[in-house]
Design a protein around this ligand. Sequence first.
Ligand SMILES: *[C@@H]1O[C@H](CO)[C@@H](O)[C@H](O)[C@H]1NC(C)=O
Ligand SMILES: *[C@@H]1O[C@H](CO)[C@@H](O)[C@H](O)[C@H]1NC(C)=O
Length: 251
Amino acid sequence: MLSRNKFIVFLFVMLTCHEQCYSKIPEYIQVCKRDQDTVNECVRDSIEKLRPKLVEGIPELNVPSLDPFYIHEIAPPVGSNSRAFQAVGKDIKVSGAGNFSLKHVEVDLENLTFRARVRFPRLHFEGKYKVDIQFLLLPIRGEGTLVADAIKCNVDAFMKIKIVERDGVEYIEFTSIDTDITIRDYKIKLQGLFNGDKALEDATNMALNENKAELLKAAKPFAEKGVSTIILDAANKVTKDIPYDELFPKP
Ligand SMILES: *[C@@H]1O[C@H](CO)[C@@H](O)[C@H](O)[C@H]1NC(C)=O
Ligand SMILES: *[C@@H]1O[C@H](CO)[C@@H](O)[C@H](O)[C@H]1NC(C)=O
C-alpha cells in the first residue's frame, strides 16, 4: 500500500509528467537516428511521409493546409522600395504546392543546419490584386482578379537550428531561414486594369508576360520573404513539442 505522502507524490508526478514523461510522437512523424551517415535519407523520407498531412494541414498543431494554400495578403516587404512597387495581393489561393518533390536534403547534426531544395512543378494562383506601379516605364494601375501559373519553381532553403531547453527537456527550434527562389516560366492575367479599359488591359498583360526576366526579378524578394515565413512557421509548429532526444534519438 502506498502511504498517503507517497500517493500524493505519485499523483503529482503523473500530472506534471503528462506531457514530458509520456510525450507521444504523432504517428505521422517518422523519427531519425542522430547519425550523420543516415540522417539525410531518413529526414527526406520523413518529409515524404509527412506530405499527405502537410497537404491537408495539421489542425492540432495549427499548421495550415499546403494544397490549397491561402495567402490572406501579400504586400511589399517593409523597408523595401515600396514607392516604386505598390502592389498588393489579397485572398490568394495557391494550388499545386502538394506536388512538390525533394531534390536535396542535407541535415548537419554537428553544426545544426538544414538545407533543402524543393521543386514545385506548377503553382496556380487565383486571387485579388491592387496595383499602382511603373513596370519598364509602363504605368500599371487597377484592381480586380488575378490568375497566374508559375512553372518549375525551385526553392533552396537554408535553415539554422538551435537546441532550446524547456522544463529540463531539449527541443529543436529553427531560428532563421534563407531562401533562394527561381522560377522557370509563368503566365499571368490581371483583370480590371485601368477601370476596365480592355485595350490597355490587354497591352499590359502582354507586357507582363513578355518581359519575364524583369517581372521575376521584381517579384523575387516578395516571393522569398513570403515563402521563408511559411516554411519557418510550419517547421517550428511541426517540431515544437517533440523532444530532441525523441525526434533524433541517439543511436
Ligand atoms: C498536382 O498533381 C495532381 C496529380 O498529378 C494534378 O492533378 C494536379 O493538377 C497538380 N496540380 C497542379 C497545380 O499542377
Ligand atoms: C560543420 O562545420 C565545419 C566547419 O564549417 C565543417 O568542417 C564540418 O564538416 C561540418 N560538419 C558536418 C557534419 O558537415
